[in-house]
Write a protein that binds this ligand. Structure first.
Ligand code: BTN
Length: 264
């Protein structure tokens, strides 16, 4: 059932220092990521959040569409203007970790984890996806956009993703207030952002502990090709690359564009 996102409830519940204080809401938009990409540099502030109840052209990874029923879920973009121009992928994973931690609290017995590179899964079904985009002005980073699609109250999915997708409501057996969920989530994301900025090692440890396949022997698809060997997944390093140990005893690291994991 469609329900409009209530901005005043969100504002009342928000307890962050800076994230989400600047908030734009749209009932309908092509894509929140595209929207914040298109606004002028003067209008962009660090920590702004753009949310739409309905995206007509919601975008996912690998040029896919992002499917989300109007008014049921959270589809939003975060805009950051960090000083550094590196380690973006760690920040995306830090946001994914915030989602994992929050779901873990809401659903204590659920098996929730991060799937490399940008998904959050509950019992091997996707509950959230993240899409990170950067905009540079010359060599200077103008904005870093992290788009998040989190399935909250949607109960049924199209045949294309049915069986592979889930929502918090499906797992919990009851609907959840989106406004409260977003404000809680933003607090956790802000906390993880601060850890990321301070280059805290414990952030990497927590990400690694929550990634599917960590410490296991896995198969890898590199640049679209399944490799014959298996690799022991050692986790992500501080640059956000995935580090694996080969059967030959050699360490290898991959950027997130290069590989996909076969974990099941
Ligand atoms: C994925 O493929 O898993 C990433 C999905 C990202 C979807 C979100 S919804 C809000 C933001 N706007 C978009 O167009 N995409 C992202």
């Amino acid at each position: 059932m469609y329900s409009t996102f209530d901005q005043s409830v969100y504002q009342q519940e928000l307890s962050t220092q800076w994230l989400g204080h600047s908030f734009s809401y749209f009932e309908e938009l092509e894509s929140t990521n595209s929207h914040v990409k298109n606004i002028s540099a003067e209008e962009v502030t660090h920590g702004m959040v753009c949310l739409a109840d309905d995206q007509i052209k919601g975008r996912g990874q690998y040029e896919r569409n992002w499917e989300s029923e109007s008014g049921e879920n959270l589809t939003f973009s975060l805009v950051f203007r960090p000083q550094t121009t590196d380690r973006f992928h760690v920040l995306t994973l830090a946001c994914a970790l915030a989602i994992v931690d929050y779901i873990d609290e809401l659903l204590p017995n659920s098996n929730v984890c991060i799937k490399w590179p940008n998904d959050v899964m509950i019992d091997q079904k996707k509950v959230a996806g993240l899409l990170t985009e950067t905009m540079f002005s010359g060599n200077t980073l103008d904005r870093l956009i992290i788009g998040i699609g989190l399935n909250v109250n949607q109960k049924a999915f199209s045949s294309e993703v049915s069986g592979k997708a889930t929502s918090i409501a499906i797992e919990k057996g009851q609907t959840v207030e989106r406004e409260n969920l977003l404000s809680e989530l933003l607090s956790r994301i802000e906390y993880n952002y601060n850890l990321w900025q301070r280059r805290r090692q414990d952030l990497l440890k927590s990400i690694n502990r929550n990634i599917i396949g960590y410490g296991q022997w896995i198969e890898l698809i590199v640049n679209g090709q399944l490799l014959e060997d298996t690799f022991k997944m050692l986790g992500i390093n501080k640059a956000g690359q995935l580090v694996v140990l080969g059967e030959d005893g050699e360490l290898k690291s991959f950027s997130y564009e290069q590989i996909r994991l076969v974990t099941d």
